[in-house]
Design a protein around this ligand. Structure first.
Ligand SMILES: [Mn+2]
Length: 368
């Protein structure tokens, strides 16, 4: 770890990030919820910014860091995943889990990626975020995330990152930066993607990086498209063969997981990964991979999905064979609880399902 890299990272943390749970810009809205969380985290809701800054010194001591990206500008059906990080942290804090909370990316809710912006907008947003319009820093949540992650991995090549979305577009900069870092380390990585949808559009209404298209564009950063393995698919305009033939990805649809059982699916994936001499895995978990009865508080809840138990079996078996080098869990939108079957209290059911998965993934990331 170089001191220069650490200095740059700390500067970026101060500019790009804010205290955990504070990334959705509000004046009064959700104040009680934020304060209740900070009381649990810091013992008081006063002096939060200073406590968060002082905490940065502890980053060097922990193996896994948590980053919130409360952006839902890359979504497009029902939004609300910007509140995922705050609500999920309020559950995670009850767990005995080891991680350093980096905080949230500061999100301008109308922006997605800097390449979609004109110079005038970039400059005015730079003034709003950094008080210095001339300083050439990114302003959109996905662009900030990528630059931050690049600095993080440049500073700590052996540390891991678990990120909370946000809509699924946030996984694009997260995986891009991660894959770049691993390539530099000479490690072969596969991307394990849990989702009801393939996210394999080339563009959606002219936008190339969004919740429905991020996977297509990350393929070029993988050593082989077959290193993208999708699990839980069931809502798609095409059959599995279409996607596998067109892109060379691998898919295990939810129906196949039910028919063959999660353990057999995990065996197949592990055999393939070993054959491909994969060193480690990145897990990207869209909560809508789960059946809507376990996770309705999301932008596109879908029935006939995986159960948390089936997911856990696959994750446990994968973790027994490969280290988890990085992960994210996205698309938890607590205000969108639809309670499709009228059986379970929402958004609590979705939050608890997500927490079960996060707890397992973070604890495995900390073990390796
Ligand atoms: Mn997705």
């Amino acid at each position: 770890m170089s001191e220069n890299n650490l200095k740059t990272l700390k500067e970026k943390m101060n500019r790009y990030l804010c205290p955990p749970g504070n990334g959705v810009f509000t004046v009064n809205t959700a104040k009680e919820r934020k304060e209740a969380f900070w009381k649990q985290l810091y013992g008081s809701s006063l002096g939060v910014h200073e406590k968060w800054q002082a905490d940065m010194e502890k980053l060097a001591d922990s193996k896994v860091a948590l980053l919130g990206i409360p952006s839902d500008c890359g979504g497009g059906i029902l939004r609300g995943a910007n509140w995922g990080p705050l609500f999920l942290r309020s559950e995670l804090i009850k767990e005995d889990l080891k991680y350093h909370d980096l905080g949230d990316v500061r999100v301008i809710p109308h922006l997605l990626l800097d390449k979609y912006l004109n110079q005038e907008t970039i400059e005015s947003c730079r003034k709003a975020l950094y008080q210095d319009g001339e300083f050439p820093l990114p302003v959109s949540p996905l662009s900030i995330t990528e630059d931050f992650c690049n600095s993080y991995y440049a500073t700590f090549s052996d540390k891991k990152l678990f990120s909370l979305g946000g809509d699924h577009s946030v996984s694009y900069p997260l995986t891009k930066s991660y894959l770049k870092a691993k390539k530099a380390q000479g490690k072969k990585v596969a991307l394990i993607h849990f989702d009801a949808h393939t996210d394999l559009l080339e563009e959606r209404m002219g936008i190339d990086i969004c919740f429905g298209s991020w996977c297509t564009h990350i393929l070029e950063d993988l050593l082989s498209p077959g290193h993208l393995i999708q699990i839980g698919i069931r809502s798609s305009g095409h059959e599995r063969g279409h996607w596998e033939n067109k892109f060379g990805v691998q898919q295990y649809w939810a129906e196949q997981v039910r028919e063959e059982g999660p353990s057999k699916i995990a065996d197949k994936i592990i055999a393939y990964l070993k054959q491909n001499t994969i060193d480690e895995l990145y897990i990207s978990y869209d909560i809508d991979a789960l059946d809507a009865s376990y996770a309705s508080a999301t932008g596109t809840p879908e029935l006939n999905g995986l159960s948390p138990h089936e997911s856990m079996i696959i994750l446990q078996e994968l973790a027994a064979s490969f280290p988890f080098g990085g992960a994210d869990l996205v698309e938890v939108a607590p205000f969108l609880a639809t309670d499709l079957k009228g059986e379970s209290p929402e958004p609590q059911t979705t939050l608890l399902s997500a927490t079960t998965l996060i707890r397992f993934i973070i604890s495995k990331m900390g073990e390796d």
